[in-house]
Design a protein around this ligand. Structure first.
Ligand code: ZN
Length: 91
């Protein structure tokens, strides 16, 4: 049995009933040199990407075929939100 194929996991956001709800909207337009900074594990039904581009940052949420995004805003705010998401304080 190979350990390579199945054992590679990335961050798993915690789940808490008390999490406040992030306001998700439809994805904005693609920007040049948009890049993914961090991401959560694809073993979960819902996965997230932390994205930077055009002087802003935002989080993208994937669930099946549905793609949603947060507002695109200042890096510091989105990094705080990303930390809340991973800790289960926001969802
Ligand atoms: Zn995983």
């Amino acid at each position: 049995m190979s350990r390579l194929a199945g054992d590679l996991h990335y961050a798993h956001p915690r789940t808490r009933a008390s999490a406040w709800a992030i306001e998700w909207g439809l994805p904005g337009c693609e920007v040049p040199r948009e890049h993914v900074i961090e991401w959560t594990c694809s073993c979960r039904t819902i996965r997230y990407e932390l994205i930077a581009g055009a002087g802003a940052m935002w989080i993208r949420r994937f669930e099946g075929d549905q793609v949603l995004e947060t507002h695109r805003t200042a890096a510091a705010l989105i990094r705080e939100l990303w930390a809340d998401l991973l800790d289960g304080d926001a969802a």
